[in-house]
Ligand binder design. Sequence first.
Ligand code: UD1
Length: 429
Amino acid sequence: MDRIRIRGGNALNGTIPISGAKNAALPLMIAALLTDDTLTLENVPHLADVEQLIRILGNHGVDYTVSGKRLATNAGSGRTIHFTARTIVDTTAPYELVSKMRASFWVIGPLLARMHKARVSLPGGCAIGTRPVDLFIEGLQALGATIDIDAGYIVAEAKGGLVGNRYTFPKVSVGATHVLMMAASLAKGETVLENAAREPEVADLAQCLNAMGARITGAGTSTITIEGVTALSGARHRVLPDRIETGTYAMAVAMAGGDVTLEGTRSDLLQTALTALRDAGASVTDTPHGMRIQRNGNGIRPVDVVTDPFPGFPTDLQAQFMALMTRSDGVSHITETIFENRFMHVQELARLGAKISLSGQMARIEGVPRLVGAPVMATDLRASVSLVIAGLVAEGETTVNRVYHLDRGFERLEEKLVACGADVERISS
Ligand code: UD1
């Protein structure tokens, strides 16, 4: 199993290309199931989750070809992948595949919309909480599907096709919004989704679906209206930049100090997180093709944050911000409101010398003047990268084990950091 070794102490200076967003690429790829025509996606990041979803889609009959492979000199430009679901050969998504990646459960929407039936394994537990699927079930039922649970599978059927309806999410869910938007695109009549997720990835999926012939308005706001159409066609769409990767490197620079330009990203995708970074003492400015982060000499101020659905502070940046706060000049509080068990990084940060106490959903972080390197490991993607951020300033050597978590969501992490002067090395074993 690969490990990442970091020798702390170097500032970061240079340019980091930001990849296409994992959390946009996954639903966009799943949207290929909605049409027998070719959906071409540009700027697809090279990540383990993307490769896994390609395998899962292949099981349903989706063919793919890759063009514009990344060249070393063209870092950050991503790949262009053509997906074609000419014929759906299987409407079952088996446990062995769905359990490896929760987002693959989302195939239920397109399969039901196009084939009028789907048999999809329940995703099961997950390291960051129970993550139920009640909203998907309720929402699809509102569109006329009958749903049974059979031996760990959701068996969904819509004889004669889905029918548009009004549905109000009792809780904001990114995945359920993606799925209902895709399903409603091929339903009869109009669907109105209230209290929908407003994440930029939802708006990106809607833009792609509209390019495929869907009639969606309001995506990016909490009310989305979808006028169903009888068929969708192919399209070409560019995956939007990864706001979580952007925020992660911005926090790394705030932690390590230095001056880094993040290329190919947009500050409007993460305003709340950037405000927190500015409050902590970093300088964040827009550039023509991205943004510039600087922190020179001055200390890190303590800042309280509460995670919330977009446009709030993203739960996917909570662990990274906590890493930053471990070195602040005072006491800060981080409250997690989205997932009930997303503090597994706390114990590992403590191994580096961080002082953090937990009380329910709130962490109290008392800044310390120094962290000291140690072997650590993480149980999820964002938690593992928070350990890398801490390692950038920890004295001596930090080894992050179980790097496969990082590979699920961060493209060429160590290369990007090394290019800015960090002492980071992947050790393959
Ligand atoms: C997506 C992101 C993930 C991010 C999360 C929240 C992808 C691939 N993943 O995950 O990185 O952390 O949004 O921004 O885009 N819930 C229910 N019932 C449901 C569905 C969800 O109670 O049927 C709950 C979840 O347990 C959680 C909350 O709703 O507490 C938000 O989850 P959701 O927005 O659905 O997260 P994902 O779409 O899985």
